[in-house]
Design a protein around this ligand. Structure first.
Ligand code: TMP
Length: 206
């Protein structure tokens, strides 16, 4: 039997941590098993939030940290109706969610945590994440992976200390709620992690 019915599963981690690769891996696995599911990313997801995403991440933008926070939350606000529509009806896979806001805007940029929580709670009432894969990466591999990208956006260009604070922030969040997080060390071989992730996903399938 399943541990959860139609779980909400989030993939988190800094740039180059392999989270997008891993969410696609899970999505393809579910497709192969003919299990209906939703896959979205944040910021982004639907038409309106993709518009906000382009605005935030454009290299032509230079908003301050509070504006960034409000834009990320605005993008989430535009996703939440869609997410709620499928909540508990289908498995939902999300590429970044609330933890990214806490890790980047609070731990990375120093925005007050209580204001982040307050607006988040207001937006997402009664929508709960069941499980999170937190993907981690070291400095060397992160740099190698970013170098391979054709286009770097505004959030790919911070100095490494920023990402280090963000990753440590993610790890702090995960430590507070160990049973709901699986840390994936993306410095390891892809094959090893694939097995860990798929084995975990089997718990979420009826
Ligand atoms: P992506 O490259 O994984 O699509 O994410 C875009 C960037 O947005 C990434 O650098 C993390 C950042 N981000 C925040 O800073 N706060 C948030 O709340 C979210 C969802 C993303």
């Amino acid at each position: 039997g399943a541990m959860y019915n139609k779980a909400v599963i989030v993939f988190e981690g800094i740039e180059g941590s392999g989270k997008t690769h891993h969410i696609n891996l899970v999505s393809n696995y579910l497709k192969k098993k003919k299990i209906d599911h939703i896959k979205i990313r944040e910021p982004g997801g639907n038409k309106n939030s993709e518009k906000i995403r382009n605005l935030i991440l454009s290299n032509k933008s230079n908003f301050n940290k509070n504006t960034d926070l409000l834009l990320y939350l605005a993008a989430r606000s535009e996703n939440i109706e869609y997410l709620k529509k499928y909540y508990k009806k289908r498995i939902i896979l999300i590429d970044r969610f609330i933890d990214s806001t806490i890790a980047y805007q609070h731990y990375g940029m120093g925005v007050d945590l209580s204001i982040i929580r307050k607006i988040n709670n207001h937006l997402i009432k009664n929508f709960y994440v069941n499980f999170t894969f937190l993907n981690t990466v070291n400095k060397k591999n992160m740099k190698i992976r970013l170098k391979k990208r054709k286009k770097l956006n505004r959030y790919d260009l911070f100095d490494y200390n920023f990402y280090k604070r963000v990753q440590n922030g993610f790890l702090k969040i995960a430590k507070k709620n160990k049973s709901k997080y699986q840390i994936i060390d993306s410095n390891k071989e892809i094959k090893v992690n694939k097995e860990i992730i798929i084995n975990k996903i089997k718990n979420f399938i009826t």
